[in-house]
Design a protein around this ligand. Sequence first.
Ligand SMILES: N[C@@H](CCC(=O)N[C@@H](CS)C(=O)NCC(=O)O)C(=O)O
Length: 269
Amino acid sequence: MAKAKTRKSKSKKKRIAKSASKKSAPKMKLFYSPIHGFIHKVLVAAHETGIWNRLEFVPVLPMSDGFSIAAINPLHKVPTLALHDGTVLYGSQTIVEFFDSLSKKKKLYPKAGPARWDALRRLALADTTFEVTVNVALELNEKPRRQSVFDWYWPKIVRALDQMEEDAKKLKGFDIGQASTLHALSYLDRQLGKSLPAPVPRGYDWRDGRPKLTAWWKKAIKRPSVKSHFKKDYVGDQSPEFAQQKIAEVLRAQGKRVSAPTRVDYAPG
Ligand SMILES: N[C@@H](CCC(=O)N[C@@H](CS)C(=O)NCC(=O)O)C(=O)O
């Protein structure tokens, strides 16, 4: 019984990978935040792996659109990827690894060995730096602000930046760790443009005293995968109605009943 179940789930997995890997397969829907003021790891990965043209972009702002995407992602978060058969993947780490699995030529994940573990460590370093910066940014909108949030998170950001400077001395090629580093640094730049409270020094620039990271950044932002979206306006339908229509399509592909979208009345900030 257990064996039969394993066989069944293995063949389902194979079907997912196979149907999505066909170039002729219907487009996958990428629900993502269309704010291009910073670099998106998932968009960089989509471009680098050659998946870009196989995506239908669906803009969603989960904090301000006023409706929920929980029908397809219980976490009500973007990025969320939906395949044409209704399979949904979420968590940016899952999505970028899935893109990588579809690409035969360009790989963002080195094969098992020291280079892979190093890329994954840098991925975790940058992803967490981004998340920590989001926490700091959200606190800016709170009244009153909790000073402990800034005191607790800012030293983590500084130490992570110092580690990125060390890492930049040894970087080769382009991998998933670097895609995430671009995401984290560009988002930090966006937030540092606002006046952040102490202990963040006034006018702080992560480039100061970090020449290797700065040189790497200057080169990396010239990559076509970055230029594809960074500081470019999103072109396309950004209406909540469009996103809801796309959610309904995913639910139909899953054989589920489509009901009216759930409203979200509260969002931080
Ligand atoms: N760990 C997740 C984080 C995703 C995330 O937090 N996305 C934000 C982008 S705005 C979001 O959807 N927030 C809405 C919410 O937390 O309700 C990932 O890497 O995909």
